[in-house]
Design a protein around this ligand. Sequence first.
Ligand SMILES: NC(=O)c1ccc[n+]([C@@H]2O[C@H](COP(=O)([O-])OP(=O)(O)OC[C@H]3O[C@@H](n4cnc5c(N)ncnc54)[C@H](O)[C@@H]3O)[C@@H](O)[C@H]2O)c1
Length: 258
Amino acid sequence: MADLDGRAIVVTGAARGIGAALARGLAAAGASVALADRDLDGARAVADEIGGRAIALSVEVTERATVRAMIATTVAAFGRLDVVFNNAGIVETRDFLEISESDWRRMLDVNALGCLIGMQEAARRMIDQGGGGKIVNTASIAGRQGSPALAHYSASKFAVVSLTQSGARALATHGITVNAICPGVVETGMWDIIDRGYQEQGLTEEPGEAFRTLAARAVLGRPSQPADLVGIATFLASPGSDFMTGQSLVVDGGIVMQ
Ligand SMILES: NC(=O)c1ccc[n+]([C@@H]2O[C@H](COP(=O)([O-])OP(=O)(O)OC[C@H]3O[C@@H](n4cnc5c(N)ncnc54)[C@H](O)[C@@H]3O)[C@@H](O)[C@H]2O)c1
């Protein structure tokens, strides 16, 4: 599937997990990929493994100046910017009644404001270079349905779905499309955090139980791996998706259906 030849793509949160898999898959499809993360060493390790034109960049998605620098460095390296994947995110479990103002702010800051800044800075560059381009945000099935132990995370992902729709409407006149991917229960380091949180709240008893139980809801009968998101990501970065905008597509093995 090499239909991304010559495309210049940024992926945030690319040091590990879903972002690393997207970067590998997009590069394999022919794209030049900038892997951005606050974990620069991790991003470097994945970029080195990809080889070719892959580069690693440091970014803190809540700090606009670093996002601007990420875009500028990508353009300096690849000559232009075609697609940005706003994928970086954090998770945290909390009993619903215990979510504090600082929990809420930290979560919404990274997952929602970080996404907005990424969209704005990507769009500014795309407009400056004459319009056209694609923005792809990582939302979640938690952005489609509320969750008792992840309410603030879920709210942040509903915000990503909403920003995807608003951005699609706002940026269409510049030829920029905005879509989102909603993964399900994907086996990454994020689940170590969720699993621990579930045990601390007494919702599960054993390590790995939260992941196993929730992943088992997928009707396709196996837990999701980061590579399961590569097909949709490649499509959303390719000309095949040019007439699609404002959509948040669930790729979860059939947990959520709507
Ligand atoms: N794993 C899942 O089951 C799942 C399901 C649905 C959605 N998602 C979403 O997918 C995305 C990737 O998740 P993952 O499972 O790969 O998580 P992960 O924890 O394995 O990787 C997240 C990456 O984002 C980086 N990051 C976090 N905050 C950052 C910040 N402020 N600035 C820059 N980089 C930052 C981390 O350093 C890390 O490399 C997230 O947005 C997450 O909410 C994950």
